[in-house]
Design a protein. Sequence first.
Length: 342
Amino acid sequence: MSDYARRLPKAELHVHLEGAIRPETLLTLAERHRIALPAHDLEGVRDFYRFRDFLHFIDVYTTICRCLRTPEDFYLVTKEFLAYQASLNVKYCETFFAPGHFIKQDADLGAIVDAITQARKEAARDLGVRMELIADISREMGAEFGVRIAKEMVRIKDRGVLGIGIGGAEAEFPAEWFEEAFRLGREAGMPVVAHAGEADGPKSVWSALNVLKAQRIGHGVRSIEDPALIAHLRDHQIPLEVCPTSNTCIGIYPDYAAHPLRKLVEAGCMVTLNSDDPPMFETDLVREYDVAITEFGLSRDQIEQIVLNGIRASFLSDAEKKVYLASFEAELATLRAEPLSV
């Protein structure tokens, strides 16, 4: 990895807590709860993590969620995740978690959020990395269950849930099914974001904007297929949470050369860079910036714009954004005299 990419100050807006758990930690959790894994040693679990196809990805993700049982588990994975983020010079992140899985396990979501919040506060104090939590509704669980999740998140939002999101199969479970869940979140003052324009095309993004009133779009890369949508995103500066390595791994695009990151940037869209589910795709935010430089050929100015977009597109208050932007600008200034090389 380039030293430049590592030293960039960073904010990440699209990363999943469950999907960021290391193979080592999954093995620890499985042993703690006596849950059988497809492998019984670290090398075997690492091999299980290696992405093969989308169905395998779902299998890994489901296995991870089965191994998360107690507030102590969530405290552990949050602490480890934020320690790793700090090592990448990530200063701020908005992180998805999937409460639906744990509602089905009859878990105490309030206690889980309390444990995550404790780990968040300790990381902010000790490591200088701040994290906010976004509850991600899985489309596959259906509209009625989505409302149940939203109601529960509204109930405990003051314990540390910032916003409401939605992920999963866009075409099979359209945005219209989840209008009420998102309305509940918005009426409670929670910002809302939607995965869209990934497995499905531009119509999914239009629905996320017009039906769910999403303030940001998770992925959104297939917006490039609709010039009118690109113009709308550009004119309204609606942020896109772009995850290039994730998109190529799961087959949205065959390789980086086919990926529209550069086109989205050159079209004037508000692009942010993100890692999605980092260990599953063998990436992290440093690698995503490195890829943006080496594979997409983005310039220093374009890279710095994306860095600052991570704060501008966040759900921080205007006053907090001002503080972070000043800090990021100061760090960027120290890098500008150095060559952009890898």
